[in-house]
Design a protein around this ligand. Structure first.
Ligand SMILES: *[C@@H]1O[C@H](CO)[C@@H](O)[C@H](O)[C@H]1NC(C)=O
Length: 273
């Protein structure tokens, strides 16, 4: 490369670097990682103009513009129709936009783009992801139980979660120990209206006297909702935000002693708690 061109390229590089240092700077975009369905969501765009003057702040969801603030326009703000988005204009301005009552369709990648007036026409952008969560209205339900069992019988139960988004993760516990995989019957998720899903998990195990502690056996089903959160472009932590459970108590009609001595004659009774 001739020396002259190297010099021009260097000068250009210095100018570009300088314009970033002196002019418009986007510090951060704050998008809540999750919101419950029906809540309002505040999205913030923090920038410094320094010597530049603001031309426009624009907000996009998955590349579709839904809000812009242009100080020189009358009125300065304008919202566009995008599915799942209702902007509260009175609470939105050049630094934040407030979404009313988010729905599952409001989930997605939100981007703020700030641009300066001439002569720099500089523009900067940053993004963040919002996940909308619908918590189950009901606790999980245990079904399939019989009134009485004999030791040696098979306990065959189902646990079904309430409708939620994302799906509830179900776990069975026997006397506070998580049931082993070989005792589980997995079923596919069931879809419902409005994007909601419910989970179903079966438990199958033979009743043995060793299961009974002081004459009873506790069987619990726990449903957990944990949205997948995002950090930058990467899926990150699962955060448990909802935990509910259902419990059955299997009570033997015998003492611990007779249970181990004559397990075949013992009848157990099931109670919902
Ligand atoms: C559990 O649910 C599945 C799917 O609906 C059903 O086929 C099965 O019979 C149920 N089991 C019990 C013990 O209710």
């Amino acid at each position: 490369m001739p020396t002259k061109e190297i010099i021009y390229v260097s000068i250009l590089a210095i100018l570009l670097a300088n314009s970033e240092v002196c002019g418009l700077r986007l510090n951060r975009v704050v998008v809540p990682p999750y919101k419950l369905r029906g809540e309002n969501a505040v999205l913030e765009c923090h920038y410094d103009l320094d010597d530049d003057s603001l031309y426009a702040v624009k907000w996009y969801k998955e590349n579709e513009e839904f809000y812009r603030f242009v100080p020189k326009s009358h009125p300065p703000q304008h919202s566009y129709k995008v599915e799942g988005i209702k902007v509260i204009n009175e609470e939105s301005d050049s630094h934040q936009v407030v979404l009313r009552s988010v729905t599952l369709k409001s989930s997605g990648l939100y981007r703020c783009e700030v641009s300066a007036e001439g002569p720099s026409f500089f523009s900067v952008q940053k993004e963040g992801r919002l996940e909308v969560v619908f918590l189950p209205r009901e606790a999980p339900q245990i079904s399939g139980e019989k009134k009485q069992y004999q030791i040696g019988d098979e306990l065959n139960l189902n646990c079904s979660s309430g409708k939620s988004y994302p799906a509830s993760v179900l776990n069975w516990y026997i006397n506070d120990n998580q049931a082993s995989d070989s005792n589980l019957l997995r079923y596919p998720l069931q879809s419902h209206n409005h994007g909601l899903v419910s989970s179903l998990l079966g438990l199958r195990m033979r009743l043995i006297s060793e299961h009974f502690i002081e004459g009873s056996l506790r069987v619990r089903c726990v449903a957990t909702v944990s949205p997948l959160l995002w950090q930058g472009n990467k899926e990150s932590i699962f955060q448990k935000i909802d935990n509910r459970e259902a419990m059955l108590l299997v009570r033997s009609m015998a003492t611990q002693h007779t249970l181990s001595a004559f397990p075949w004659i013992v009848t157990v009774i099931l109670a919902r708690i």
